[in-house]
Design a protein. Structure first.
Length: 122
């Protein structure tokens, strides 16, 4: 479907289904020379191009600190809600090297389209 519509890339959103089908998704993306971007490191490990997301390791560490505070007597309602502060960008260099020329073409087209859009608005 993505290739019929001439998509330039695939953005895989988090879901149990997508995670369970990640090998199939990354294989199909590679066969169709489409970069696959996700928020799960597992996609990069299976051949996807890149991921940018919160650090799962840091989230688990922060959760352990909360559990420790609760076990030491803190009331959960009194603990502050924290936003993630550590993010990870993971790039599969093997996949990136296979698709370098494709990325240059996409970037060039986007810049050209942006320039044309800017001229039309002026």
């Amino acid at each position: 479907m993505a290739t019929n519509a001439r998509a330039d890339a695939i953005l895989v959103l988090s879901s149990l289904f997508a995670t369970s089908q990640r090998k199939k998704i990354t294989t199909l993306a590679a066969q169709n020379r489409l970069p696959a971007v996700s928020d799960r490191v597992e996609f990069v490990e299976d051949g996807g191009l890149m991921t940018y997301s919160v650090s799962s390791t840091d989230l688990f560490r922060r959760a352990a600190i909360y559990v420790d505070k609760i076990l030491k007597g803190s009331t959960p309602a009194d603990l502050p809600v924290e936003q993630p502060t550590k993010f990870e960008l993971v790039i599969n260099l093997k996949t990136a090297n296979k698709s370098v020329s494709q990325f240059h073409q996409i970037s060039w087209r986007e810049r050209t389209e942006s320039s044309n859009d800017d001229r039309q608005q002026a």
